[in-house]
Design a protein around this ligand. Structure first.
Ligand SMILES: Cc1cc2nc3c(=O)[nH]c(=O)nc-3n(C[C@H](O)[C@H](O)[C@H](O)COP(=O)(O)O)c2cc1C
Length: 461
C-alpha cells in the first residue's frame, strides 16, 4: 500500500429524503426516524450529529421517478414507501449549511432534471452559502419513468446517457470555471465598482442539446465547481468517472473485488491525464455493532427479521428494469430469464456457495455482503482490509436514522481514530480542501481548460 493510501478513511452518511431508501421495512421500526423525513428537524439534527462525530459528508441519494414495475406497476412501491414519497434534497441543503461548519453536503441530480444554466446557478449559490462545502453526485437517471417526467418519450440508451452527461458538465464547467476571472469581483466601495466587466465573459456555448450565452450570474464561489461524485460502474460509467469525478461511490462485494475495480479505474484516470489519486473511492457498507460478536450476531438476526424482503425484491428488480413480482421469493434465480439481470446475478451465485440462490437469497446476500457485523475492534479490522484494497472512504448505509449513525459515532469511530483509520479533527477550509488540499479543481481536470478561455483574445487550446 502506498503512503497516500495510508491516510485516514473519509466517512459519508448515505441517506435519502424519503422513508425507505435501501434497507426496506425499517421505517416501521420504532427507532426508524426516517418515517418523519418531511421534517427538516430530522435532517438538521442528523447533520449536527454527524459533524459533532467527525463525518466528512452527508450524501443524499435521489431519483426523479418511480422504479420499474413490480407485479405490473408501482402501486406496491407506494405501499412500501419505496423511495416514494420523496423530497428534493437540494432544497434542504441551505438549512443544513447554516447549522454546520465543516460537514460536506452532497446531493444527487442528473442532466434531465434542469437546464444547465439554472442548475449551475443554484449549485454555485449553495457553494457560497456553505462556504464551499457542496458536492454533486452526477447520475444519468436510469429510471424510465424519470425520463417521461421530464418530457422524453423514453430513456436514452445507456452510453448515450453518459454522452449527454458529458455535454451537460461541459456547459457547467464553462459557467463555473470560465465565465468569471478570479479577480473580476471588486466590491470596492471607494471606486464604486462592484464587478469588473472586462473580466466577466459570455461563454457562447452551442452543442447538440444546449445553447447557453452567459455570462454566468454568480460570482466565483469558494470551490467554483462543486466537489464531483459519481456512482455508475459500467464501462461507460467508469470512464465518465475517470474523466470527471473526484470521488466514486462503489459497492463491491469484498475487498478483493474492490481492489480490482479501483486499480482498473485508477488506470483509466491516468489515461485521462489525471493523477490516479485524483479520484477517491467510497465503498458502501452497513454496520451491526455489538459489545461482543455474539451480541452483534443477535442484533443482525433481529435486523434480518425486520427487513421487508418484498421491498428488497421490488427495488432490486426495479433497478434492473425487470418485474420480479411474478415470482415467489423462494424461486431459484436461474428460472428468471433476463439479459440485463443474468450478468448482474453471476457473483451472487458464487456468494451462495455454488448452489442456485433463490430470489430471497439474492436480496439478503446483496445486503449481507456489504454488512460488517461485530465488535468495534472487529469492524476496525475489516475497515483496515478495505483500506488496504485501495478504498479511500466509507459510505455508511443506515438501517435507522439517526440510530445507525449514533452507534457508529459512539462506538466505532473512537476505535478507528486510535488505529489511524479515521481523522482526529477537521482540516480547515472547503470540502475539496479537506479532501484534496485545494479549494479548486486541479489543473489536470477537464474543467480547468476553461479558466481564462473566454477572454476576448483567448483561444481554446
Ligand atoms: C452507492 C450508489 C449510489 C447511487 N445513488 C444513486 C442515486 O441517488 N440516484 C440515481 O439515480 N442513481 C444512483 N445510483 C446509480 C448510479 O448512478 C448509476 O445510474 C447506476 O449504477 C447505473 O450506472 P452504470 O450502468 O454506469 O453502472 C447509485 C449507485 C451507487 C453504487
Amino acid at each position: 500500500m502506498s503512503a497516500a493510501r495510508r491516510r485516514p478513511l473519509s466517512f459519508s452518511a448515505f441517506v435519502m429524503n424519503t422513508a425507505s431508501h435501501i434497507t426496506h421495512g425499517l421505517w416501521r421500526d420504532p427507532a426508524g426516524g426516517q418515517i418523519d423525513f418531511n421534517s427538516l428537524d430530522l435532517w438538521v439534527d442528523l447533520a449536527k450529529q454527524l459533524e459533532a462525530g467527525g463525518f466528512d459528508v452527508i450524501f443524499f441519494a435521489d431519483v426523479v421517478g418511480v422504479y420499474g414495475g413490480y407485479r405490473g406497476g408501482w402501486a406496491h412501491h407506494a405501499e412500501l414507501g419505496l423511495q416514494i414519497p420523496s423530497n428534493d434534497p437540494l432544497v434542504i441543503l441551505s438549512a443544513l449549511a447554516s447549522h454546520t461548519e465543516h460537514l460536506g453536503l452532497a446531493f444527487t441530480a442528473g442532466p434531465i432534471q434542469e437546464p444547465p444554466f439554472n442548475f449551475a446557478r443554484r449549485v454555485a449559490t449553495l457553494d457560497h452559502a456553505s462556504n464551499g462545502r457542496i458536492a454533486w453526485n452526477i447520475v444519468t437517471s436510469v429510471l424510465e419513468n424519470a425520463w417521461r417526467n421530464f418530457g422524453h418519450d423514453s430513456r436514452l440508451a445507456h452510453d448515450s446517457r453518459y454522452q449527454l452527461a458529458e455535454e451537460y458538465v461541459d456547459v457547467l464547467y464553462k459557467l463555473w470555471e470560465g465565465s468569471w476571472e478570479d479577480d473580476a469581483l471588486r466590491a470596492d466601495r471607494a471606486s464604486g465598482i462592484y464587478a469588473d466587466p472586462s473580466k466577466i465573459h459570455k461563454i457562447n456555448h452551442v452543442s447538440d442539446n444546449y445553447r447557453v450565452e452567459g455570462p454566468f450570474l454568480v460570482s466565483p464561489s469558494p470551490q467554483r465547481t462543486p466537489l464531483l461524485f459519481q456512482a455508475g460502474s459500467s464501462p461507460a460509467g467508469r470512464n465518465f468517472a475517470a474523466r470527471n469525478a473526484e470521488a466514486q461511490f462503489i459497492v463491491s462485494p469484498d475487498p478483493d473485488n474492490a481492489r480490482k475495480l479501483i486499480d482498473d479505474t485508477r488506470g483509466l484516470v491516468a489515461g485521462h491525464g489525471r493523477n490516479p489519486d485524483d479520484l477517491r473511492f467510497f465503498q458502501g457498507l452497513s454496520f451491526v455493532i455489538g459489545s461482543s460478536e455474539a451480541e452483534a450476531r443477535a442484533k443482525e438476526a433481529e435486523l434480518e427479521e425486520k427487513i421487508d424482503v418484498d421491498g428488497m425484491i421490488a427495488h432490486f428488480g426495479g433497478s434492473l428494469g425487470v418485474d420480479l413480482g411474478e415470482y415467489e421469493p423462494d424461486t431459484p434465480i436461474d428460472v428468471i430469464h433476463t439479459e440485463g439481470g443474468q450478468s448482474g446475478l453471476a457473483w451472487l451465485r458464487e456468494s451462495a456457495g455454488g448452489r442456485t440462490p433463490t430470489l430471497e437469497d439474492v436480496v439478503r446476500l446483496r445486503a449481507k455482503n456489504t454488512r460488517v457485523v461485530g465488535t468495534p475492534e472487529q469492524i476496525a479490522d475489516a475497515l483496515w482490509r478495505w483500506r488496504d484494497a485501495g478504498v479511500d472512504g466509507i459510505n455508511v448505509v443506515n438501517s435507522t436514522i439517526p440510530g445507525s449513525y449514533t452507534e457508529f459515532i459512539e462506538y466505532v469511530l473512537p476505535v478507528l481514530r486510535e488505529r489511524g483509520l479515521a481523522r482526529k479533527r477537521y482540516e480547515p477550509g472547503t470540502l475539496r480542501a479537506k479532501l484534496f488540499g485545494s479549494d479548486r479543481l486541479s489543473a489536470r481536470h477537464p474543467a480547468a481548460r476553461y479558466r481564462g478561455a473566454f477572454r476576448p483574445a483567448a483561444a481554446l487550446s
